[in-house]
Design a protein around this ligand. Structure first.
Ligand SMILES: [Zn+2]
Length: 125
């Protein structure tokens, strides 16, 4: 009874922090997809990020990031924003890929066939 506060903080601290970061004081639990997309948008307003970095920050599988970005690219226009994509580049020869096709990382360079490709980076501006 002397230190209930300390005990509670030790057990509930990380969970509470995680909850507060993702849910943000909404009265009803929002649909998971919307929450994730909002979180991605918030991250992209800070700095350009790769799909992997985004997946780590909002805790979703990397393969799901492209779909969210696809929706964000469209919804951004309605908010007066734009999804900016820095194209993937070949680390061997510097070839810049066309970013308009897909949001995923290409397998190899069509110019020199190297497979070390810097992934695309995304931001909202
Ligand atoms: Zn190349």
């Amino acid at each position: 009874m002397i230190e209930p506060r300390g005990a509670r903080r030790r057990r509930g601290g990380p969970l509470h922090t995680r909850y507060a970061r993702t849910v943000r004081d909404k009265p009803q639990p929002p649909e998971r997809t919307e929450t994730v997309r909002d979180a991605i948008a918030a991250e992209l307003r800070g700095q350009p990020l790769t799909a992997r970095e985004l997946s780590e920050r909002v805790r979703i599988p990397e393969r799901e990031v492209a779909d969210h970005l696809d929706h964000l690219a469209r919804s951004a226009r309605g908010r007066g924003e734009r999804l900016v994509v820095a194209p993937p580049r070949c680390l061997a020869c510097g070839f810049a890929f066309d970013v308009r096709e897909r949001f995923t990382r290409p397998g190899k360079c069509p110019s020199c066939r190297a497979t070390r490709i810097a992934p695309p980076r995304f931001s909202l501006a």
